[in-house]
Design a protein. Structure first.
Length: 119
């Protein structure tokens, strides 16, 4: 694992270091149930610039949370999927979604994002 977790003696700090990037949790969320290509992730997370999305994917790959597979075809085909370690974060993401949904409801706001509770 190539994160800055060694700087922390706190499990929460280590977790936030791994998934606390601007779009990392959204990327992980969308990869929970499927393998996606870069363009598909861009459509699901339109607020992320291509540069930012690439950076976040690289950091997730370096942390061994995401597996990047490059196929030797023209045009290039690259797919992203969760690693076993990445899949282990699913309960955390589901809990974050549930908490956030309750917070929004309690404050009279509707959920309006590309995320949906997995079945």
């Amino acid at each position: 694992m190539n994160c800055n977790c060694t700087e922390y003696n706190c499990p929460v700090g280590a977790t936030l270091d791994l998934i606390g990037g601007k779009y990392k949790s959204l990327i992980l969320w969308h990869l929970m149930s499927t393998t996606l290509r870069f363009g598909e992730l861009r459509r699901l997370i339109p607020q992320a610039t291509p540069k930012m999305l690439t950076q976040q994917l690289r950091e997730l790959e370096e942390a061994n949370l995401v597996i990047r597979t490059v196929y030797p075809v023209v045009p290039p085909k690259v797919e992203y999927q969760l690693s076993e370690l990445g899949a282990s974060i699913k309960p955390i993401l589901v809990a974050m979604y549930a908490w956030g949904a309750g917070y929004l409801k309690d404050n009279g706001k509707e959920i309006s994002c590309s995320m949906a509770m997995p079945s």
